[in-house]
Design a protein around this ligand. Structure first.
Ligand SMILES: [Zn+2]
Length: 401
């Protein structure tokens, strides 16, 4: 029971709740009438129309015109004004720090990049501030906030980066630092969780409520959405660290100290290592055409050689897919999700990879379960993490995700 002084607050909170519910309903519907909003939310016509009026006053919702009549007066159709606010999202997980200003539908309005040319934590922080300064400068609409996606152990609620190895950060109170500088809401999110949010929010035409995204870059981890919400788990990173599940007995030593982790055979680093071996020991490989020297064997060269039909690379991708299929089988057997999305640089192998992962996953799990699971590659490409970081801000500030 709340004390009497809280009554006003609870009325305010109810109003705020209704406003978020109505905005989410309009956002998810795309275009919708006032009557359908009331029907979808279960609010009375008066309450939902009052929330709509508030949202229109704030510029977040606009009238689009008349919809088709169902007999009587044609209804007025509403939609979310996607340029009413913008949101910044950054991805600190690559060799280039990337960021963009997005509209409310996740379209890129402005973008900026800063090369990550140091491993010194203080210097990296300066580079991140440089990137964010530029994005804030580029924004030409009010910013809802800044979402930061990064690989590492993060305390999301406190906004502290416990450890981010590639950025040289330990116990960094990043959220407070950024909030003091920009006077905007700041959100930190693990990169594979950001990827899952991006996929759920911006690439989900069938409105699937449960999904897993396996992000395969320098490391491998998974983000899970259950019933429309990000799964945080009990670990501090929040991500599912499937990259450190052993898939090779007595395999190569992993950075984590164990042997034969998935990351040692299926990460970008592992792929480039295998490709370099092919380059060095097989003069007939078409990699020789696409990479000028063994030092320049990068993902672009590997992809072009694969597309040119190089059989050695095709069997390398087959091997990578089989290992990822083991992870996918475990993931869907535990999480029972209908959709597994592959993202990150290694996912650029596309359909040849998807086919092997799907086959291996079905081979290694209960047929009746795995047959229902769709495996595909994300269409969000390199933008997936920064888009997801932006989506995290849409969720926290507007409640639309
Ligand atoms: Zn490991």
């Amino acid at each position: 029971v709340l004390p009497p002084t809280s009554r006003k607050l609870t009325r305010y909170e109810a109003k705020r709740h209704n406003r978020r519910l109505v905005l989410r309903t309009i956002y998810q519907a795309g275009e919708i009438s006032r009557a359908d909003i009331a029907r979808a939310t279960g609010l009375t016509r008066t309450t939902s129309s009052s929330a709509v009026a508030d949202l229109m006053e704030e510029g977040l919702v606009e009238e689009l015109g008349q919809g088709p009549s169902a007999g009587g007066k044609p209804p007025t159709i509403l939609h979310v004004a996607q340029d009413a606010r913008h949101v910044a999202g950054v991805d600190l997980g690559g060799l280039t720090l990337r960021g963009a200003v997005f509209d409310l539908r996740g379209s890129v309005c402005h973008q900026a990049t800063v090369p990550l040319n140091t491993g010194d934590g203080n210097h990296v922080l300066d580079l991140v501030l440089d990137l964010l300064d530029r994005l804030v400068e580029l924004a030409d609409r009010p910013l809802l906030g800044i979402g930061v996606g990064l690989p590492g152990l993060i305390d999301v609620s406190q906004g502290i980066v416990h450890q981010a190895v590639n950025l040289g950060w330990r116990q960094l109170p990043l959220m407070d630092l950024l909030a003091q500088r920009y006077h905007l809401p700041i959100g930190l999110v693990n990169d594979s969780q950001a990827a899952a949010l991006a996929e759920y929010t911006f690439a989900n035409p069938d409105r699937v409520r449960d999904l897993a995204v396996i992000l395969i870059k320098r490391g491998i981890s998974a983000g899970l959405i259950f019933n429309g919400l990000l799964h945080h788990g009990t670990s501090r990173s929040g991500a599912s660290e499937i990259g450190h599940v052993r898939v090779v007995e007595d395999g190569e030593l992993c950075a984590c100290g164990h042997r034969g982790c998935l990351e040692t055979v299926a990460s970008q680093r592992a792929v480039l290592h295998m490709a370099q071996d092919i380059y060095d020991s097989h003069p007939q490989s078409s990699l020789r055409q696409f990479a000028a020297a063994s030092t320049s064997v990068d993902m672009d060269a590997v992809l072009r050689a694969l597309e040119a039909g190089d059989p050695l690379l095709a069997s390398m991708v087959e091997g990578v897919g089989r290992y990822l299929g083991i992870a996918a089988a475990n993931l869907v057997s535990v999480a029972n999700v209908p959709l597994v999305v592959l993202a990150g640089s290694v996912a650029r192998f596309g359909n040849p990879l998807v086919e092997v992962v799907g086959r291996e996953m079905r081979d290694r799990s209960l047929a009746s379960l795995a047959e229902q699971v769709q495996v595909r590659v994300s269409e969000l490409g390199d933008d997936i993490v920064m888009k997801g970081a932006a989506a995290a801000m849409l969720a926290s500030e507007l409640g639309v995700v």
